[in-house]
Design a binder for this molecule. Structure first.
Ligand SMILES: [Ca+2]
Ligand SMILES: [Ca+2]
Length: 499
């Protein structure tokens, strides 16, 4: 299908999706599950929600992972009805009666010291480098009817000895620029967004702005969405943006990504997501059977989450089908995780466990593609902080413990991960989805290794956070039998300031 035809199909589908009047009966709300996910807080999101539910402090500056979801309209209130902040003068600036302008930004610095990140397969096994990120945005709104959001970015890497990764550097560039219009009038929260934009779905397992990377991920295209009290609906046709370190970034002409994501929030403390994604990729991409050609892949899935009396749980299941250079795609994934928070115990510890499974390709010589495609994930949050493992051809188990030695201020966490390959003739894939090791005989394996992650997060104030972490990976048979196999280490120190 051509782009225009696809748009027509999608707009037709919108008519079906948004027709129930109940979608519009609810007021917009911004504290949905998905907007609270700051990178450092993906694992502590539930605590954030709990705090919000039990106390009702005065509104004050609150920064989200998606900066375009922030709301400073509380500054319209009388002094004393909100927490004052140094940056208030550049937030919610009145321009005439109907226009509001908000300026914001971020500075982030991270030092990473990695050892044997490629199991000593590269000549230099130790590398310590410094990542700098600058973001600045302006958000101009005309009542609730129209809006333009523009964000500039610069990302630098200093002292990297190994080759730069694609996620490290982007000299000054346009990070986001989009226009929002409430197509049915400002009272109805049905919004059309056109332009360059970040996209974050669910808990970012399959579609994420990928905050851990120095360069955040974004797309060019259109999205139509509703944010209600009971329902969130996102419908989009986008193309991923390719980062060019020294030149203007552009969208990938050979990659179409469109789909639908629906969240039902009508049950207090529980939620259900349903989603459909389509990826159309043209060009020279090699499938796991070694054949090069176009790929057309569809993903259908659901997610369930919630919490009750100290317990929290999450489950997700997705299947994929389609064609890749003439071969049939059949792949799937599922995950489960849960935990218990001891609210009455000092430091309010939470103990948790998780299981992740994603299919691999059983036979490199048949006409089937069995490797799950992890799409645009935040693998970092789920497969260990070393980013050695992605959601493809994997069985992963983790146990974790977190606690707040200083309430709402300092969080300490420890996680232990174990990884196995599913299809032994398929590759081990890293967090970026790239094959890292492969034994086509299938005899090297299936145990990949084990990882421990230690982190300490200090929320200094509303603007600043400090994150310190150390991770170690123990290689197992599959790594040992397929090449160099020194155990990797990672230490990092991150400071972030948002305003
Ligand atoms: Ca660029
Ligand atoms: Ca195959």
């Amino acid at each position: 299908m051509k782009c225009t035809e696809r748009l027509i199909v999608m707009l037709g589908a919108i008519g079906l999706v948004v027709s129930p009047g109940s979608l519009f009966a609810q007021e917009e709300q911004t504290t949905t599950e998905k907007v609270v996910t700051q990178q450092e807080e993906v694992i502590s999101e539930k605590e954030v929600v709990t705090i919000a539910e039990t106390e009702k402090p005065l509104p004050g500056p609150k920064y989200f992972d998606l900066r375009y979801d922030e709301d400073f309209s509380y500054l319209d209130g009388e002094p004393g009805t909100y927490k004052e902040d140094f940056f208030d003068p550049i937030k919610n600036i009145h321009i005439g009666d109907d226009w509001r302008l908000t300026i914001g930004g971020e500075f982030r610095y991270r030092m990473e010291a990695e050892t044997n990140k490629s199991f000593d397969a590269r000549r230099r096994s130790q590398d310590t480098f410094h990542l700098f990120r600058y973001l600045l945005h302006a958000d101009l709104k005309y009542r609730n009817l129209f809006r333009v959001f523009v964000q500039g970015a610069a990302m630098f890497d200093e002292d990297r000895d190994l080759p730069l990764r694609g996620i490290d550097e982007n000299r000054w560039d346009l990070h986001q620029l989009f226009f929002d219009v409430r197509v049915l009038g400002e009272e109805l929260p049905l919004t059309l967004r056109v332009g360059r934009q970040e996209l974050s779905l669910g808990k970012q397992r399959l579609v994420s702005p990928f905050d851990w990377g120095n360069i955040r991920r974004r797309f060019d295209g259109v999205k139509l969405f509703v944010k209600g009290k009971t329902w969130d609906v996102d419908l989009w046709y986008l193309k991923p943006v390719i980062v060019q370190r020294k030149q203007r970034d552009r969208y990938d002409e050979d990659y179409d990504f469109y789909g639908l994501y629906v969240t039902y929030k009508g049950i207090p403390r529980h939620g259900i997501d349903g989603f459909f994604f389509a990826q159309d990729k043209t060009g020279s991409r090699r499938n796991p059977n070694g054949r090069v050609g176009d790929e057309s892949r569809f993903t259908l899935g659901a997610r369930f989450w919630g919490k009750t009396a100290g317990f929290d749980y999450e489950a997700m299941l997705a299947g994929q089908w389609g064609r890749w250079s003439g071969h049939t795609i059949q792949a799937w994934m599922w995950m489960l995780n849960g935990g218990y928070t001891f609210a009455e115990v000092p430091w309010t510890p939470r103990i948790g466990a998780g299981f992740d499974w994603a299919s691999g390709d059983e036979d490199p010589r048949d006409g089937k593609v069995g490797t799950f495609d992890q799409l645009f994930p935040l693998g970092h949050a789920y497969f260990g902080f070393m980013d050695l493992i992605g959601r493809q051809n994997i069985t992963a188990v983790n146990v974790n413990l977190s606690a707040w030695p200083v309430k709402k201020k300092v969080k300490a966490a420890i996680a232990y991960h174990s990884f196995w390959q599913n299809a032994e003739k398929d590759a081990v894939y890293n967090a970026g989805g790239a094959p890292v090791r492969r034994d086509v005989t299938g005899r090297a394996g299936p145990e990949i290794g084990h990882e421990v992650d230690l982190t300490l997060l200090w929320k200094v104030d509303a603007h600043s956070t400090v994150l310190v972490g150390y991770s170690h990976f123990w290689d197992s048979d599959l790594i040992i039998n397929t090449g160099k196999s020194e155990d990797p280490d990672l230490f990092y120190l991150q400071y972030r300031f948002k305003f």
